[in-house]
Design a protein around this ligand. Structure first.
Ligand code: NAD
Length: 482
């Protein structure tokens, strides 16, 4: 049975895309499951002048597809209030405090506050400073702050940002959200690795030939051109999601499943990443118009510079520089306007030392999305006379109905925040180590900005991405081009 929690949410950026698409539905699902019930309230803030009624109608629209009944949606949205707020204006925080205190009284919330910063990181420091200085942080309850990505644009800016936030909040009050860490199959990595002797004992450079991570999107930059053109795939995807996945795939077994122990092992991996030979081991690319001319090239997208050198694709070879992992290349690739939208991990085993039979590949594929589950390919004997070998695939893939019925990443992560559980959030040390690695690649690329390989929209990236593996006598296991 779910236990009801008490919390007042203050969402900065309440009129934004993320709030409507993810946060309101996630809060509603926590409400339907009883984690939020009578003792919660939400204050939405943003620059626009909205009334409470209008805000509540926006919240109702956001949950229209999932609501249990009109009455339920009405009851839920009645806990929402809106305050027009410019985050730079100190006066506004006085009004915000009065509203927060009165809702706290009304719903008997006992001082528990969750501040959700769902807006540009440029404002994070300003907001947290005001929250502390203008007494929105309470003495009697818990105070937690959720920070959306991107956490800075490089190591230097992330240190500045972190200093600003930690001036007002302690590390154990800060929840840096990386929604990949809330995904079911990302959380399943540690379960698969550490609760199956078969996998656990053959998960190192003795046994594995490569690990391959693909996070591909079929869409282009859409309306995010302005942000993306300054960011690119390396900062947007590799610094956070990809390197977090690398750390979960290669971390040592934690002493116990506690936040501190898990973080300690993840950090050890991120601090052991070998500086790559960027020219040889990393590839970037930019999508051009699709072959049939129907899809625009990146440089023709809205708010993207016509001579942009921003990468919309990255592939690379990541090496964890420890005795256990040095021998296993971790190939990563991520990009926009690729052939298919998919997130998956392929883990390939080496062939056996003494190959008695003509064995094929054996591998584990972890499907993160849109499929969820895993497949294990092994070698078996072909039925009939002789000893021919054939592949068999064992799989555990969720049906569409199962996927729909499972909690979504934001719902799980918001519940973790309510419970004060930081295991599935990025610690500052992890963020800093990841930026250090990514900055090294970015700096090398910045020395040569004259050319960038192009790839056709709807492909799996430039040819250089395949060559990265062929020169190591490897190939991408997932290759929808073929
Ligand atoms: P958005 O542009 O749709 O919304 C930004 C919000 O900030 C709006 O509510 C706007 O009114 C408010 N705002 C801007 N300047 C303000 C000011 N001076 N004072 C008060 N309010 C102000 O952005 P979004 O897509 O909702 O994303 C929010 C954050 O989440 C960003 O940091 C983004 O990088 C991150 N994020 C978004 C997504 C997504 O899917 N949309 C995914 C991951 C991370």
């Amino acid at each position: 049975m779910s236990t009801e929690k008490k919390a007042l949410y203050i969402i900065f950026g309440a009129t934004g895309d993320l709030a409507s698409r993810k946060l309101y539905p996630a809060l509603y699902l926590l409400y339907t499951k009883g984690y939020l019930k009578d003792h919660f309230a939400v204050i939405g803030t943003a620059r626009r002048e909205w009334s409470d009624d209008y805000y509540q109608s926006v919240v109702k629209d956001a949950i229209d597809d999932i609501k249990e009944s009109d009455k339920d949606a009405e009851d839920f949205s009645s806990h929402f209030r809106y305050q027009s707020h410019n985050v730079k204006n100190s006066e506004h925080y006085h009004t915000l405090k009065d509203l927060a205190d009165s809702l706290d009284n009304k719903y008997n919330i006992e001082g528990n506050r969750i501040f959700y910063l769902s807006m540009s990181p440029a404002f994070f420091g300003t907001i947290t400073t005001h929250l502390r200085n203008q007494n929105l942080v309470t003495e009697n309850g818990f105070n937690r702050v959720i920070i959306e990505k991107p956490f800075g644009t490089d190591l230097k800016s992330s240190i500045k940002l972190n200093n600003e936030i930690t001036d007002s909040f302690d590390e154990d009050q800060i929840y840096r959200i990386d929604h990949y860490l809330g995904k079911e199959m990302i959380q399943a990595i540690l379960a698969l690795r550490f609760s199956n002797r078969l996998i656990k004992e053959s998960w190192d450079s003795e046994s594995l030939s490569s690990i391959q991570i693909t996070l591909s999107e079929d869409l282009g930059v859409e309306e995010r051109g302005e942000y993306y053109d300054k960011s690119g795939a390396l900062r947007d995807m590799v610094q956070n999601h990809v390197l977090q996945i690398v750390s979960l795939l290669t971390m040592d077994e934690p002493e116990s499943f506690t936040t501190d122990n898990v973080r300690k092992e993840k950090l050890a991996v991120l601090e052991s990443l070998k500086k790559p030979n960027v020219k040889e081991e990393f590839v970037r690319g930019q999508y051009k118009t699709s072959e049939d001319g129907k899809l625009k090239g990146y440089r023709e997208e809205e708010k993207v510079s016509a001579d942009s050198m921003t990468e919309t694709f990255v592939a690379g070879k990541v090496i964890v520089d420890t005795d256990k992992w040095r021998g296993v290349p971790i190939y990563i690739r991520t990009g926009k306007r690729m052939k298919e939208k998919t997130s998956r991990i392929d883990v390939l085993w080496k062939k056996t030392d003494h190959q008695l039979f003509d064995e094929g590949d054996s591998f584990l594929t972890i499907h993160i999305s849109p499929d969820e589950g895993f497949e294990l390919q092994l070698n078996d004997k072909q039925i009939g006379p002789g000893m021919d070998i054939c592949p068999v695939r064992l799989n555990s893939i969720c049906s569409k109905e199962e996927i729909k019925s499972k909690p979504e990443a934001y719902e799980k992560l918001l519940l973790d925040v309510l419970n004060g559980d930081e295991t599935h959030f990025a610690h500052w040390g992890e963020v800093a180590a990841s930026w250090k690695y990514v900055d090294y690649i970015r700096d090398a690329w910045n020395e040569n900005l004259d050319n960038i390989p192009f790839y056709s929209a709807c492909s799996m990236g430039p040819d250089e991405s395949d060559e990265l593996l062929t020169k190591d006598d490897q190939r991408w296991l997932y290759n929808p081009n073929v």
